[in-house]
Design a binder for this molecule. Structure first.
Ligand SMILES: NC(=O)C1=CN([C@@H]2O[C@H](COP(=O)(O)OP(=O)(O)OC[C@H]3O[C@@H](n4cnc5c(N)ncnc54)[C@H](OP(=O)(O)O)[C@@H]3O)[C@@H](O)[C@H]2O)C=CC1
Ligand SMILES: CC(=O)N[C@@H](CCC(=O)OP(=O)(O)O)C(=O)O
Length: 305
């Protein structure tokens, strides 16, 4: 029998992309609420009760409300928002992050999908902390660029109406909402400096983790640590630096569920940078949610991806 899946927030940026990935699958029946009733708590409660799994593609407060509405029915949840990413009773939905994480996701009732920035940062930082190449108390700074779809419907409207043009840095005041999850799952004891930016293009992300003084031997060790951490992973790969040299193109994995990592630097000076590229709407959001759903349903991890 088909699994019943409700996408709460189905007409938002992340929700629409998840629907596209699920709507033609024979093993899934979508439970739907009419678009005009999408914020009606009664209609959402009924859908949450009917579904086997609900994927929350909502602002944080609405995601917390949905989790409370679903509680009495035991509906399994995947939350795409920031609301539960460091909550102890939710499993962090980055299956490649650690040995055993895939099994935790598969068996979970509540899975919190990682943020797009944090997927990149954690993927690069965590294995290096574990290899002793990053001191958790002296974390590297992080920078990056995202397409404007990362800001959801509101930012898409700003760009596509012409109200906003150009690119900008943001969160320079060091309060970005992904910092807690980067610290917790990146195994850091001190918060890193993080300066993200938005470029004048729709979709795709590149992130750099800055490692001053890593040295030539450290660069080799970093690449070895990353390769060991993601050996056998289907959607995460370490690629040669040449793939991302001399320009890192944030759009190069668009339309995929892939995350690619590379190690760059100058062996003469020892200055190094780790780079991650993904589609913010793919492995950074909707693709990751579908991968987690597949694991929870016990089907091929890559179904529909
Ligand atoms: N865009 C991205 O790249 C990523 C987004 N995320 C996260 O996913 C979540 C969704 O983001 P995104 O899709 O970009 O956001 P959007 O603003 O594009 O979509 C959110 C949807 O939720 C609806 N909504 C708002 N409040 C409620 C409510 N109380 N009840 C029901 N529906 C509600 C909105 O309605 P309306 O149509 O009226 O606006 C909208 O359709 C957010 O938490 C975001 O942080 C995660 C990773 C990446
Ligand atoms: C470009 C842009 O604004 N991006 C969003 C993050 C998108 C994403 O990954 O995240 P959440 O799941 O945490 O919303 C931001 O930086 O706040």
């Amino acid at each position: 029998m088909a699994h019943k899946v409700f996408i709460d927030g189905e007409v938002g940026t992340t929700g629409l992309q998840i629907r596209e990935r699920l709507q033609n699958r024979d093993d899934i029946t979508l439970v739907q609420v009419a678009a005009e009733r999408r914020k009606d708590a009664g209609a959402r409660r009924e859908a949450l009760a009917e579904a086997d799994v609900a994927i929350l593609c909502l602002p944080d407060e609405a995601a917390k409300e949905a989790a409370a509405l679903a509680e009495p029915y035991g509906t399994r949840l995947i939350d795409a928002s920031t609301a539960h990413r460091v909550a102890p009773d939710w499993v962090f939905g980055f299956p490649e992050m650690a040995e055993g994480q895939r099994a935790l996701v598969a068996g979970a009732t509540r899975v919190s999908n990682p943020g797009c920035w944090s997927t990149c940062a954690i993927a690069l930082i965590r294995p290096l902390v574990q290899a002793g190449l990053i001191d958790p108390a002296a974390p590297p700074s992080i920078s990056g660029v995202s397409g404007y779809t990362g800001g959801g419907k509101a930012m898409i409207a700003e760009y596509e109406s012409g109200e906003v043009q150009g690119s900008f840095l943001y969160a320079a005041a060091q309060g970005h909402k992904h910092l807690p999850e980067i610290m917790a799952h990146g195994l850091l004891s001190r918060v890193p400096v993080f300066v993200p930016s938005v470029g004048q293009y729709a979709q795709g992300m590149a992130v750099a983790v800055h490692l001053p003084g890593l040295g030539a031997a450290g660069m080799k060790a970093a690449e070895d640590a990353l390769r060991a951490a993601y050996a056998g992973a289907r959607f995460v790969a370490v690629v040669e630096a040449s793939v991302d040299e001399p320009r890192v193109w944030p759009e190069r994995l668009n339309g995929t569920n892939r995350l690619e990592l590379s190690v760059h630097g100058n062996p003469k000076t020892g200055e190094a940078v780790l780079v991650a590229v993904l589609d913010n709407l793919g492995k950074g959001a909707s693709g990751a949610a579908v991968q987690n759903l597949n694991l929870m349903l016990g089907v091929d991890e890559g179904a529909g991806l």
